[in-house]
Ligand binder design. Structure first.
Ligand SMILES: CCCCCCCCCCCCCCCCC(=O)SCCNC(=O)CCNC(=O)[C@H](O)C(C)(C)COP(=O)(O)OP(=O)(O)OC[C@H]1O[C@@H](n2cnc3c(N)ncnc32)[C@H](O)[C@@H]1OP(=O)(O)O
Ligand SMILES: CCCCCCCC/C=C\CCCCCCCC(=O)OC[C@@H](O)COP(=O)(O)O
Length: 273
């Protein structure tokens, strides 16, 4: 019995010691903590969402947003948001942003407009309590391996956006990417906006490479710049305009990404690769 009491005490002493001495330990500890804590938060949020809305409902995103807001402090991250005024747009729209890591959820929750949910890969629904909370928050799940299925889900989503006055957040790169640049955009987000005839609001997250380096196993404290760009109208556009709309959005976002990432790198010293 005495020995069992010692275990938490020992952990309480060893963890801070390792946190001070090993950056690799900090990396794994923060990653584990992030996933575990999100799982716990989701577990708490599930009954709250069910009590409030009775099931799957976009209004649950308010509860989820509120519950995730503090997580940045626990990981030593800070957000600097610019362009708030561009989100002051009435009615439905499509938000598009670059996608570096599951940490993007923190930035998303930092600026998530009301009545806005996201499009995500269907595998996420199996992620335990996080999967269930995503479902309760009205997240639209797509099968990336079956383009025809994904297209029809997104066509339904375009209709729902207008019927229910909702906004959708899409990651047009289609996967996570931390190569220091943007991946070429997939077309789904742009078809969605054109089909619904709603504006696109591009959002850019600065590079995480000044605090989060997967290969080097570093996860330091850091600043993430979030830049909300002016909306791009799609009224009157048809599917013929999708490629040029995608190219235009890509060029604008890439320029903003390099600009805000570069200014962070300059103020924090060079990026280590
Ligand atoms: C309280 C605690 C809480 C704790 C946790 C809280 C979590 C809270 C929630 C936060 C959730 C965050 C979730 C993040 C998850 C992010 C992801 O999962 S990213 C991955 C999934 N998302 C995407 O993939 C979206 C982007 N992808 C696309 O848009 C793709 O286009 C596609 C629809 C999947 C199709 O893929 P693919 O075939 O590879 O792509 P294309 O080359 O673009 O298209 C081929 C072809 O088809 C045409 N086309 C595409 N879409 C459409 C369409 N909707 N309608 C008509 N035609 C379409 C396209 O134009 C191409 O044809 P072309 O002739 O070559 O032009
Ligand atoms: C019992 C199952 C256990 C599963 C554990 C995983 C659960 C993750 C839990 C907490 C993390 C909180 C944030 C969750 C939302 C982030 C989702 C995300 O970023 O998905 C990746 C996807 O965009 C692209 O994936 P790919 O790189 O293309 O593939």
């Amino acid at each position: 019995m005495d020995v069992l009491w010692m275990i938490p005490l020992l952990l309480l002493m060893i963890i801070p010691l390792l946190m001070c001495t090993s950056s690799t330990f900090v990396f794994y500890f923060k990653k584990f903590f992030y996933v575990a804590w999100m799982m716990v938060l989701a577990l708490i949020a599930i009954p709250l969402c069910i009590l409030k809305s009775g099931g799957r409902d976009i209004e649950n995103m308010r509860i989820i947003r509120f519950m995730v807001r503090h997580v940045k402090y626990l990981l030593g991250l800070r957000f600097e948001v610019s362009g708030w005024e561009h989100l002051q747009t009435e009615g439905p729209y499509v938000v598009i942003s670059n996608h570096q890591s599951s940490l993007d959820v923190l930035g998303l929750m930092e600026i998530l407009p009301d009545r806005c949910t996201t499009i995500a890969k269907k595998e996420l629904v199996y992620a335990g309590t996080v999967g269930l909370i995503c479902w309760l928050g009205g997240i639209v799940f797509i099968n990336r391996k079956k383009t025809s299925d994904a297209k029809s889900v997104m066509a339904d989503a375009a209709k729902t956006m207008l019927d229910d006055q909702i906004r959708l957040w899409v990651f047009p790169e289609g996967t996570r990417n931390q190569n220091g640049d943007l991946l070429p955009f997939k077309k789904g987000a742009f078809h969605l906006a054109v089909q619904a005839q709603v504006p696109i609001i591009p959002v850019v997250f600065s590079s995480y490479s000044n605090f989060y380096l997967r290969k080097e196993k570093q996860f330091k404290s850091g600043v993430i710049r979030l830049k909300i760009l002016p909306k791009i109208e799609t009224k009157g556009m048809t599917s013929d305009d999708v490629s040029s709309l995608s190219d235009k959005s890509f060029d604008l976002m890439r320029a903003a990404f390099l600009d805000i990432s570069d200014s962070i790198t300059r103020s924090n010293g060079p990026v280590r690769h």
